[in-house]
Design a binder for this molecule. Structure first.
Ligand code: 4NP
Length: 154
C-alpha cells in the first residue's frame, strides 16, 4: 500500500487489509510505504489513528518508511492511492513484471476508472472518514479476489 507521506492513506490501507486478512483466516503479508522522506519514522497521522480505532483497527504502532525497489520482489501487488503515487512507483520499476504489479487501489472497485483515494492531510477529520470508506470498499473486493482465487490472475 503506497501513498506519498505514508502517514495518512497507506497506513489506513495497511491496517484495514491486515484486519480483513485476519478476520478471513487468510495468510498474507501487507505493508505500507511512501515516497516523501519528510515523515520517515513517524507514526501515522493522529486523525487516521482515531478513524481506524473507531472501526476496531489499531494502526498506532506503524512507522513511515520509503518505498524501496526490493518491494517489487517482496510483494505480489503494489496498490497506490493516486496518479502521483503511480508515477512515483512506475518511475523506479525495473521491467514490465514490476510494472504489472502496480495499480490504483480504487481500480479494483471501478476498473479502469483511475479514481484516486484523495489525500486527506490538509482537510479535517471527515477526509479521513472518506479515506476509510474508500479503502473499506477496495479491500472488500481484494479479499473477494483472494477468496475466489482471482487475486493474482490479472
Ligand atoms: P499521505 O498524506 O500521502 O496520505 O500520507 C500526506 C501526508 C504528508 C505529506 C503529504 C501527504 N507531506 O508532504 O508532509
Amino acid at each position: 500500500m503506497v501513498c506519498l507521506g505514508n502517514i495518512c492513506r497507506s497506513p489506513l490501507a495497511e491496517g484495514i487489509m491486515k484486519k480483513k486478512l485476519e478476520d478471513n483466516n487468510i495468510e498474507g503479508f501487507v505493508d505500507s510505504c511512501g515516497f516523501e522522506s519528510f515523515h520517515t519514522g513517524d507514526s501515522p497521522d493522529r486523525r487516521g489513528v482515531e478513524t481506524a480505532l473507531k472501526h476496531g483497527v489499531d494502526i498506532s504502532k506503524q512507522k513511515s518508511r520509503l518505498f524501496k525497489v526490493a518491494d517489487f520482489d517482496n510483494f505480489d501487488k503494489i496498490y497506490v492511492m493516486d496518479k502521483n503515487n503511480y508515477r512515483d512507483v512506475s518511475a523506479v520499476a525495473r521491467n514490465e513484471e514490476d510494472l504489472k504489479k502496480v495499480d490504483l487501489i480504487m481500480n479494483v472497485v471501478h476498473p479502469g476508472s483511475g479514481m484516486p483515494v484523495p489525500d486527506p492531510y490538509y482537510g479535517g477529520a471527515s477526509g479521513f472518514n472518506k479515506t476509510w470508506d474508500l479503502l473499506d470498499q477496495a479491500t472488500d473486493v481484494i479479499i473477494g479476489q483472494i477468496n475466489n482465487k482471482t487475486f493474482l490472475k490479472e
